[in-house]
Design a protein around this ligand. Structure first.
Ligand code: ATP
Length: 276
């Protein structure tokens, strides 16, 4: 890989424990990850292994206790606000739960064009056209730009989140469990969309997931996390076909564990499918 487009080096994130005088809890422990242009790096691991905390650091939504974040080789760890705004033009995030990450009081056009307003890129006049183009691009009916999040199914709402991420023309999209709570068939459709977008736009993805089946169809490289550390990192084929670590072998062999909260959402969102 030439200079990675986004990298985290020796990242550490400590949280204070409930007992403030007690020891700090190290959720991310010396993690180094790199993603190259048009590449997908999958970060996998069990619940609590530190994936989301790492994603938040890479997205500059949280500050590392120590370590460095680099964009195109430039250290942006303590970037001033103006630089951070440019960073957000290049690195966007799609979150796990589309409903809680989309403002329920805003219509789709306002949601999708929000990052442009944040960037001060001004969307007056052509905001509607841009929104409709993006909606079409992610497989949504552009006539629904005046609808609100609750009027969409889970899969459709996640497409809105993807359109919003694309609005500023990013190079990297961090997908934090972006398809985990979707029904399996909807999951496959959203993954197909992500793959098409990558091909067309040359996007890089950091794809956070606990579901290895999902990762296999998308990843170029895989990093396996456990207890806040990266325990194994390699090409998709190496990690899947010849895992070096016992932990990875166990993860590959594990029967997917049902998370009751995701199951509840999955049922609720599935009920909304085909609503429109
Ligand atoms: N703000 C916080 N304050 C204290 N502890 C936290 C905080 N955020 C995360 N943690 C802890 O850090 C550990 C790693 O959490 P993280 O969410 O990064 O893991 P994960 O692999 O993404 O798991 P999940 O898939 O369940 O979200 C967990 O033990 C979690 O309880």
């Amino acid at each position: 890989m030439s200079t990675p487009i986004l990298a985290g080096r020796n990242l550490v994130r400590e949280y204070a424990t409930r007992n403030r005088r007690g020891p700090v809890f190290r959720a991310v422990d010396d993690v180094t990850l790199e993603v190259g242009a048009s590449e997908t790096l999958a970060v996998v691991g069990e619940s609590g292994s530190g994936k989301s905390s790492t994603a938040r650091l890479l997205a500059r939504l949280d500050d590392p206790t120590s370590g460095v974040i680099e964009l195109d080789g430039e250290d942006v760890t303590s970037a001033p606000p103006a630089r951070l705004r440019t960073f957000r033009r290049t690195v966007q995030v799609v979150f796990q739960d589309p409903y809680s990450s989309l403002n329920p009081r805003h219509d789709v056009e306002k949601i999708i064009t929000a990052p442009l307003r944040y960037q001060g890129l001004g969307v007056r006049g052509d905001g509607t056209r841009l929104c409709k183009e993006l909606m079409e691009r992610v497989g949504l009916n552009p006539d629904h730009s005046t609808r609100y999040p609750h009027q969409f199914s889970g899969g459709q709402a996640q497409r809105i989140g993807i359109a919003r991420a694309l609005a500023v023309g990013p190079k990297v999209v961090i997908c934090d469990e972006a398809v985990s709570a979707l029904d399996v068939s909807v999951q496959a459709q959203v993954i197909d969309l992500l793959r098409d977008l990558q091909r067309e736009l040359g996007l890089s993805y950091v794809f956070i997931a606990h579901d290895l089946a999902v990762v296999r169809s998308l990843a170029d490289r895989v990093a396996v996390m456990s207890g806040g550390r990266v325990v194994e990192q390699g090409s998709r084929d190496q990690v899947f076909d010849a895992p070096r670590e016992e932990y990875t072998r166990a993860l590959l062999a594990a029967v997917p564990r049902i998370n009751p909260e995701w199951e509840r959402r999955r049922r609720e969102w599935t009920a909304r499918e085909g609503q429109d």
